[in-house]
Design a protein around this ligand. Structure first.
Ligand SMILES: [Zn+2]
Length: 297
């Protein structure tokens, strides 16, 4: 009961325009800030006979529907005069500081601004959307963190760019990690485990399964291993599960954001296809969730 009350204070759901938007209590208290993470139900798009709130380009949806949904998002947030700015994301560490909406679509995976009226957007369907707010200098950022971006420290790099551009102190930053794929549903191969192992001393803490075995150098003789099993009966290669939230939380803390300033949703996109979109759990045929943050006009 007490815990439920506490959770409700940390996250709340805004319902308007027939759609739902998840809001973090800590950011919701800041009067100059607009933010939210969209949920799946409602919206102008139709996917497998159901209305969905799809905010990104996909092959099954129309541009008109996506634009209508983006309009609904602005109205639902009470942010009608603001302009949504999204990017063509490509799992890079390209961070971009904006002082106006770009005239041509831009590529990158993190947007930063201190200009009122720009609603910075990150599109996801399993990757972790991260919203950052420097409460002292009134700067905001929206970050796309899949495993590649996480491996290349995109959250840390975005904070570094905010520090360089605006003098942001990490201790003044509130960080919110929206719904992404949970550890239990995020199976990754040996190459991902090895890549993290080579970049982070703490990587083992973010993996579940035989991480040490996958990253150790003494690989068994493959011929000997094959001979132990009859043809067609080889066990699948060992796999591990990656906790993207934990890896990004560590990066933010490592960069100086106080633990108490970091809030993460525990909703897993793959477990909750009823209210979220999951690229992996829906085999690519799904929509895009949008996380947005901006400074009111
Ligand atoms: Zn899950």
């Amino acid at each position: 009961m007490r815990r439920a009350k506490l959770a409700a204070a940390v996250w709340r759901t805004r319902r308007a325009q027939g759609v739902q938007i998840l809001e973090a209590g800590a950011l919701g208290k800041i009067p100059w800030l607009v933010h939210g993470f969209t949920l799946r139900p409602g919206g102008a798009s139709m996917l497998d006979g159901k209305r969905v709130f799809n905010l990104g380009r996909t092959d099954w949806d129309t541009r008109e529907n996506v634009l209508a949904n983006r309009g609904k998002l602005l109205t639902a947030l009470g942010a009608k005069p603001m302009q949504i700015v999204s990017q063509r994301q490509f799992h890079s560490t390209l961070t971009r500081v904006l002082d106006a909406a770009p005239e041509q679509p831009v590529k990158g995976d993190a947007l930063i601004t201190r200009t009122p009226g720009l609603l910075l957007a990150v599109l996801t369907a399993d990757c972790v959307p991260i919203l950052l707010a420097d409460t002292k200098r009134r700067a905001v950022a929206a970050v796309h963190a899949g495993w590649r971006g996480t491996l290349a420290r995109i959250a840390e790099k975005t904070l570094g760019k905010m520090r360089m551009t605006f003098g942001t102190c990490p201790r003044d930053v509130l960080a919110v990690l929206g719904p992404g794929i949970g550890r239990g549903c995020y199976e990754v191969g040996a190459e991902v485990a090895q890549a993290f192992h080579s970049q982070f001393a703490h990587a083992a803490e973010w993996f579940e399964g035989p991480f040490e075995r996958l990253v150790s150098d003494d690989t068994p003789n493959p011929l000997q291993w094959l001979n132990m099993h009859p043809p067609g009966h080889q066990p699948p290669p060992p796999s591990v599960h990656l906790d993207l939230l934990a890896a990004n939380r560590w990066q933010l803390e490592h960069a100086g954001v106080p633990t108490a300033n970091i809030l993460a949703s525990n909703l897993c996109t793959a477990c909750r296809k009823d209210i979220l979109f999951s690229h992996r759990a829906e085999f690519g045929r799904t929509g895009r969730l949008m996380g947005v943050i901006g400074i009111r006009v």
